[in-house]
Design a protein. Structure first.
Lengths: 101, 548
């Protein structure tokens, strides 16, 4: 039977992988994937806490709302990536750098 | 008091429902009636309906403000209706109104209905963020604001810099959302609650021993990172200059004002209502430094003031300059947030000073963005060179810009000076015996001296240098009037600052726990629709509430 700390370690690892991916990759779509992993790590936390805390629907509800918001965020992000691709013919973060200062 | 009667809750939520209906209504109106019209025509028609709708919402809030004496808490803090919150909501709706006015007749794309619809949804997120005292609601409202503003930033689809600004804003915002959610999940896990008042209850007295402090600390740190992105505090400010420069100017104004107000209110509430027990102390570094959020916030404040002010000096674009100046201003406000819990109890003057400063800052900034929009759309850009010699080309707009710049810099007769004065005075008074926060205040004052340099640099560009292009720059009467009104308010708030601050102080000392509540309010018998039999415990002294 896994304990609370097992879940927390799992989610911390997932968060770190997501963060590392989002920070090191240059492709904006991979950055988006990293962001989604970070959000899902938080969802694992929420559900794990919900399971081990005294019974109340709060944690699960939090996770459900967070999943919906993550979905909306992914949709917005992909739409923005497409809008950028039309101008720059690239989704590489290094190529998208007109604004500086 | 706790409200669970559904009719009462709907009654409290009237303005939000109207706002939501307005947002959908604008979208439908565009599709059903105006589909075949020209873009300019649609922009005019929809703009007018949005202005009428927002004025309506503003007046409903004004009525609520005059009518209420009590604080109503719905669902353990998911929605808290109080006079203080209503005041902030009025400010946000008023700023949205000005945003619509300054963007009037300048369509950035053919999607007019979506432009106004997204703007209204963003305002909806702001009003919900202001009135929520629950981690889940804070997260949802913050994301509603962010997601709409990402799209609005990239709204000028034909312009490279707009979509680029939008994507950068999105990527940094996505990081902040992930950090925020992760941090909130740890706070929830450590305390077992999502309601801010219940979290405060779980951190009190002998309850505290049961709370895993390390987990709570990491949670608070991650949450501060997430909210630090939203308020554009350094080192999480990297999106701000690109988003401000790329975004259509009215949208940049909205990011800089409305969403800042809402985020600062949420941050203040989270730290002051939810986590006062974890404040620690940043007094007299390093001898009396206790670990807690105060120290972290102090570090963020110092970084924001330094990076914001020094990076602003090097800018040659007015919107980028305003972006870095907003980073610096976030730093000044954070100084007072450090002070708010500095000596263990809530400092009485700190919270009103913060509210006053946020309002002043937003008002001055929206004025500045309005002038930038008016000049920029006629002069062909918003770099410094487009502003050269503007005093001769457009004396009225230049005078307004001068007022806004001097107010941002904090020159005495203007509102910005008193904003800073109250802020720094509150920080000094937080620990009157030892002046423990003097190091931070001294640094903040030194940094605002630095800020004078770049504000005056822009003013010099407008007033001293000769114009290359002698043609006059004019803007439409509606814009002139509203900008003039903002300039007048900045002046008047500088002449009579005590009138506004008193109001915040009175609301802060409201008999019902609003901000200072560290204890969850005792369960009270449910009172349906505002009972006329029940007298308000103590009427707010300055603003006698007339029954309208």
């Amino acid at each position: 039977m896994p304990t609370l700390s097992d879940y927390l370690v799992l989610s911390a690892i997932l968060f770190s992988i997501g963060l590392a991916g989002a920070l090191t990759r240059r492709n904006t779509i991979i950055i988006l994937v990293g962001l989604e992993m970070m959000l899902n790590a938080a969802n694992i936390n929420l559900v794990a806490f919900w399971h081990f805390l005294p019974p109340s629907p709060t944690g699960q509800m939090f996770a459900l709302f967070a999943i919906a918001i993550a979905g909306a965020e992914a949709a917005t992000g992909l739409a923005l990536v497409i809008a950028v691709y039309r101008h720059y013919r690239s989704v590489n973060a290094e190529d998208i750098s007109n604004l500086k200062g | 008091m706790n409200s669970s009667n559904i009719l009462h809750v709907l009654n409290l939520l009237t303005p939000e429902i109207v706002l939501c209906g307005l947002a959908f209504g604008v979208l439908l109106l565009d599709i059903i009636f105006f589909r075949s019209d020209s873009v300019e025509h649609r922009h005019e028609q929809l703009g007018c309906s949005v202005i009428i709708g927002l004025v309506m919402v503003f007046f409903i809030y004004a009525l609520q403000y005059m009518d209420w004496q009590n604080t109503f808490v719905v669902g353990h803090g998911a929605f808290v209706a109080s006079r203080l919150n209503t005041l902030f909501k009025m400010a946000v709706v008023g700023l949205a109104l000005i945003t619509v006015v300054i963007g009037f007749k300048t369509p950035y794309s053919t999607h007019v209905g979506e432009y106004y619809g997204l703007m209204l949804f963003s305002v909806l997120g702001m009003v919900f963020l202001i009135s929520s005292e629950d981690l889940l609601m804070i997260f949802i409202a913050l994301e509603l604001i962010s997601l709409t503003l990402y799209v609005l930033t990239a709204f000028q689809k034909g312009a490279r810099r707009s979509v680029e600004g939008g994507l950068k804003y999105f990527i940094f915002g996505g990081f902040s959302a992930a950090f925020l959610l992760f941090g909130l999940s740890y706070i929830y896990g450590a305390t077992g609650h999502t309601s801010l008042r219940e979290i405060a209850g779980a951190l009190q007295g002998d309850q505290l021993a049961k709370v895993p402090m390390k987990m709570l600390g990491i949670g608070i740190l991650f949450t501060l990172v997430g909210l630090g992105f939203k308020i554009a505090a350094a080192p999480f400010h990297l999106w701000a200059p690109d988003a401000y420069e790329g975004a259509p100017t009215p949208v940049a104004a909205m990011i800089a004002t409305g969403s800042k107000i809402a985020s600062f209110v949420a941050l203040t509430k989270l730290l002051l209502i939810g986590l006062p027990a974890a404040a620690g102390s940043a007094l007299s570094w390093p001898t009396r430094w206790h670990s807690g959020w105060a120290g972290t916030v102090a570090i963020i404040a110092v970084l924001s003031m330094t990076i914001g002010n020094f990076a602003a000096i090097m800018q040659t674009n007015v919107k980028r300059l305003l972006a870095y100046s907003s980073v610096a201003h976030a730093g000044y406000i954070l100084v007072a947030i450090v002070a708010i819990q500095a000596s263990g109890v809530p400092a009485p003057s700190a919270a009103p000073a913060i509210y006053f400063y946020i309002i002043i800052y937003a008002l001055t900034n929206i004025g500045a963005f309005g002038v930038v929009n008016a000049i920029g759309s006629k002069a062909g850009g918003d770099d410094f060179e487009h502003f050269t010699g503007m005093a001769r080309r457009s004396p009225y707009l230049s005078l307004l810009m001068l007022i806004f710049m001097l107010s941002l810099a904090g020159i005495p007769p203007l509102a910005g000076f008193f904003g800073k004065f109250y802020l720094f005075a509150a920080a000094v008074q937080a620990d009157p015996k030892n002046l423990g926060l003097l190091w931070l205040v001294a640094y903040a004052i030194a940094m605002s001296a630095v800020s004078l340099y770049y504000y005056l640099k822009l003013t010099k560009q407008m007033y001293v240098l000769p114009a290359k292009d002698p043609r006059r720059v004019t803007s439409n009467p509606a814009m002139n009037t509203s900008l003039g009104l903002i300039g007048l308010m900045v002046l008047l708030m500088g002449v009579f600052p005590n009138k506004v601050v008193e109001r915040f102080e009175n609301l802060n000392a409201n008999p019902y726990p609003i901000w200072e509540a560290a204890v969850p309010p005792p369960p009270q018998p449910e009172i349906p629709v505002p009972a006329p039999a029940e007298k308000p415990a103590v009427p707010a002294p300055a603003a006698p509430a007339p029954k309208s």
